[in-house]
Design a protein. Structure first.
Length: 65
């Protein structure tokens, strides 16, 4: 899993996140990072971001760098 370190996440990156509602199933949603919400440099479950479409989730994979 990528996306646990805040330094890897930049605004404008294409990522896959798991939304709060999808945490049990692990379903991933793809989108572009609009805002980084986690302030700590590391989070074991993934850095929380807001996508351009307004959805909020934790980064599981980074698609484009």
């Amino acid at each position: 899993m990528q996306g646990q370190n805040r330094s890897e996440i930049k605004i404008g990156l294409e990522v896959e996140v798991v939304l709060k509602a999808d945490q049990r199933t692990g379903r991933l949603t793809r989108g572009i990072v609009a805002e980084i919400l986690t302030s700590s440099p590391f989070h074991p479950h993934g850095i929380k971001v807001r996508l351009q479409d307004g959805q909020v989730g934790r980064v599981q994979n980074i698609i484009s760098r």
